[in-house]
Design a protein around this ligand. Structure first.
Ligand SMILES: [Zn+2]
Length: 536
């Protein structure tokens, strides 16, 4: 302990003794908050039980029968349900959290912890981001992964080349730096540029840099359609070679040619789990995906950056090749589905009129024939004008339900920080967690409430090594949601996504009330969640 440390330690003791004298009444209000008459689902998967909960400081101190006189604030939770705050391991909140530290669209769902830096992209350098979040205070807890695309771009730009040994060393050094800043693991986005240019060997090397810090490897697979099994096997190989847990992000059967073939996912995953490997999935509870239109193009189209892409569009052969790729990969269906009606523009800076409309509607609006040919040309035009975010209905409801039931699937949003009223984002940004509990648990009875709650609390905490969260138990951080089980429901839809869920009564983060009766209190009690590499 340093001199400063000794001083701090001694003064804390003196201060505590003084408090005992000055505050003799403090023994009477032993708790800052007492939640009375709660129906608790504790997050472990066990059935609900009745209890009071006593909170002091940032922690849950007692579960049992408590006297009202012992608490400063009493919340009567009769008829209400209490669960741990939801933990969303798959978000892109690193992008907007510093600008919007109230993270309204998440806290209003009952989410108390978000993990950003998924799909290969993160805010570099993390040290700076973490500092600014601690400076300005955030409403909920935030942790981040290191993104492969971000790191590769730092070292190699948009090159399609295989990295040299020197470049590999550089990437590993940057990953180590981010892990020491407190990252929780490493993510890839292998359907995106430049991640798609990497091979398995490069990724095994990169992941070896997180191994000393005990992080997780989370991956947006190379392919979520016909080649999904092969893609999952690659992820497992990368995790197995480095002995780290593997998270398969936003799991889905994303092409109608593979709908119903859930074994393509469960077989490789369960084989690895039987061998003792930790492999998990996360999923958002919708049949539509959302991403930029760039992912509809062949990966070589963007090699070298935007300027080169624009130049390629002027070359007839390359233009045709891109067009055919888009038709085959995005616009064709083996089941005779009209894909033009399943693809919507969510946000498009160049022309707001397109927002919320599908490709067929836009083509008709432009007086064009709604063919796959003209749709491919429209997609190229949009990309040429800076790109757009799209919503793609490409999953089957039965698959969504089957994947949701798997004991190793977590619920997660794949969303980000939203500004209310801006654009037409995927409703998962506002509705993921209440939708699982109201639509899939209560209405469709796909899985029991206690199991769904486990998959949004203790399971993600375990996989991402988030300590002392995700369970309602003495000694754990007091991250708690209190909701009316008869009212709790998502409101966000594809046409009107900017809607908060109904039925949330309280959201407590680290022992402070962040939401009361559906309104933000103004408190910002969130903490940065650091991985074990922090400070090493
Ligand atoms: Zn992704």
């Amino acid at each position: 302990m340093s001199d400063k440390g000794v001083f701090r330690f001694t003064s804390t003791i003196i201060f505590s003794i003084l408090l005992l004298f000055i505050h003799p009444g403090s023994s009477q209000s032993r708790f800052q908050i007492i939640i009375k008459n709660a129906t608790v689902i504790d997050g472990t998967g066990r059935p609900s039980f009745q209890s009071d909960i006593g909170i002091r400081g940032k922690k849950i101190i007692k579960i049992g029968t408590l006297e009202k006189t012992q608490g400063k604030t009493i919340i009567d939770a009769k008829g209400l349900m209490i669960t741990p705050g939801f933990i969303d391991v798959h978000t892109h909140c690193d992008r907007g959290i510093a600008e919007t530290p109230t993270v309204d669209n998440y806290i209003q769902q009952g989410v108390t912890t978000v993990i950003g830096g998924n799909c290969g992209g993160h805010r570099y350098p993390l040290k700076k981001l973490f500092h600014s979040l601690e400076d300005k205070s955030i409403v909920l807890n935030f942790g981040s992964l290191v993104g492969h695309n971000t790191i590769r771009r730092q070292v190699m730009g948009y090159s399609m080349d295989k990295p040299t040994p020197h470049q590999i060393q550089k990437m590993k050094a940057l990953i180590t730096e981010e892990m020491k800043a407190g990252a929780l693991g490493f993510s890839t986005g292998l359907a995106y540029i430049p991640g798609t240019y990497s091979d398995t060997e490069e990724l095994i090397q990169c992941v070896s840099a997180i191994k000393p810090f005990g992080g997780i490897y989370a991956t947006h697979l190379r392919d979520q359609g016909k080649h999904i099994t092969q893609s999952i096997k690659e992820a497992i190989e990368i995790g197995e070679k480095n002995n780290v847990p593997v998270q398969i992000s936003h799991i889905k059967l994303a092409e109608d040619s593979v709908w119903g073939k859930i074994g393509m996912i469960t077989e490789p995953v369960e084989q690895a789990r039987e061998k003792g490997m930790e492999v998990y999935l996360d999923q958002y509870p919708y049949t539509a995906t959302s991403s930029g239109f760039a992912s509809s193009f062949p990966s070589w189209a963007f090699e070298g950056g935007t300027e080169k892409f624009l130049k390629r569009l002027t070359e007839k052969d390359l233009y045709q090749e891109m067009k055919q790729h888009i038709i085959q990969r995005r616009l064709s269906s083996t089941r005779g589905i009209n894909k033009l009606q399943t693809i919507y523009i969510a946000s498009y800076k160049k022309n707001h009129e397109f927002q919320g409309k599908n490709l067929r509607e836009i083509l008709l609006m432009q007086g064009k024939e709604p063919t796959v040919d003209s749709a491919a040309e429209l997609i190229i035009q949009i990309q040429k004008n800076g790109g757009a975010q799209g919503v793609f209905f490409q999953m089957d409801e039965k698959d969504v339900e089957a994947l949701m039931k798997l004991p190793y699937t977590m619920h997660a949003s794949d969303g980000g920080v939203q500004t209310r009223g801006e654009g037409v984002p995927h409703p998962r940004n506002y509705g993921t967690f209440p939708r699982v509990l109201s639509y899939y648990v209560k209405q469709k009875k796909v899985l029991p409430m206690k199991e769904a709650v486990r998959k949004m609390t203790s399971l993600p905490a375990k996989a991402f090594r988030i300590e002392n969260r995700g369970i309602i138990r003495p000694g754990m951080f007091a991250d708690i949601v209190i909701f009316d089980p008869n009212q709790f429901k998502d409101q966000a839809t594809f046409s009107q996504p900017h809607q908060y869920s109904q039925g949330v009564k309280y959201v407590i983060v680290n022992g402070d009330i962040a939401v009361k009766n559906g309104n933000l209190t103004g408190n910002r009690p969130g903490m940065v969640i650091f991985g074990s590499g922090k400070g090493e």
